[in-house]
Design a protein around this ligand. Structure first.
Ligand code: ADP
Length: 275
């Protein structure tokens, strides 16, 4: 009786009801990507790009062909971490990602801008349209894992990206000074709406390991991440210390040289998706 003839907005349950539409975009015909992992955070500056890049480095070291799609259009930090300053090339078939020294394929808005320091002052729809094109127009050849450095937050742009790219799992990045519980709650709700599994939470800047006294110092107070993970029925994948060395490697574009084991358990969990 109350049918609006539009199943996406109508609450009636009738025999002619159609399934919700799958809005995922198709890959370029020359691309193949086995598993897509979205890395999200509640806000900028908590280490989402650091987590994305170290996870990509770890999976690449394990022998998987790995890609990073930098969907953080307004704050693209992936090319800098991998010391990529060249521009992406393309032909009639599509755009080629730029490959890092150790073989990770990267696409980021900074590889398309004339000047990498130009700011991107765009509306949300243009940003999500660009991310869609990174998925549809870039030639991602035989990738085992693609990590998507998502736009910060759980707003409109992040949602549109999730609708267009078929993500197989989400990693949530938080830091202890965040309103962690609220951020995790929002991320969990978004993942449920999008029907994407949450692989777990990475707590960045968790503690500082003092090289002089050998003790862990919880600079931002005691971590509550274990309780929060339990509350939302998910796992803590990693606790990353505040580490000036990693910050300096990222700043110098040498993230591929990082030598620490804090991403091992997160990588184990991600590896399960393909094994
Ligand atoms: P986001 O992607 O969430 O905006 P980034 O990964 O770009 O955040 O990190 C923001 C800044 O903080 C960068 O300069 C990065 O090197 C630094 N940083 C992130 N995590 C750590 C850490 N665990 N120890 C030291 N510096 C860090």
């Amino acid at each position: 009786m109350g049918c609006t003839h539009d199943c996406s907005s109508c609450g009636e349950s009738c025999s002619s009801r159609t399934e919700p539409q799958d809005l995922h975009e198709s890959l370029n015909k020359l691309s193949s990507v086995k598993k897509v992992i979205g890395v999200i955070s509640g806000k900028g500056g908590v280490g989402k790009s650091l987590v994305t890049s170290t996870l990509a480095v770890e999976m690449n070291r394990r022998g998987y062909k790995t890609a990073v799609l930098d969907a953080d259009i307004t704050g693209p930090s992936i090319p800098k971490a991998f010391n990529i300053h060249s521009r992406a090339m393309g032909n009639d078939d599509g755009i080629f990602p730029v490959t890092t020294e150790t073989g990770i394929d990267i696409m980021s808005i900074n590889l398309l801008l004339k000047n990498e320091t130009d700011p991107v002052i765009w509306r949300g729809s243009l940003i999500s349209g660009t991310v869609k094109q990174f998925w549809t127009d870039v030639i991602w050849e035989n990738e085992d894992f693609m990590f998507v450095d998502m736009p910060p937050g759980t707003g409109d742009v992040a949602l549109t990206v999730f609708q267009s790219i078929p993500v197989d799992g989400i990693v949530i990045v938080t830091s202890p000074q965040d309103l962690v519980s609220m951020i995790v709650a929002k991320a969990v709700k978004m993942a449920q709406m999008m029907n994407v599994p949450i692989l777990g939470i990475v707590e960045n800047m968790s503690y500082f390991m003092c090289t002089e006294c050998g003790k862990k110092h919880y600079i931002y107070g005691d971590s509550k991440i274990d309780e929060i993970a339990e509350e939302y029925d998910t796992k803590v994948l990693a606790k990353i210390p505040i580490d000036p060395e990693i910050a300096s490697l990222v700043d110098q574009g040498k993230v591929e040289m990082y030598n620490a084991d804090f991403m091992d358990s997160a990588a184990d969990e991600i590896e399960k998706l393909i094994k």
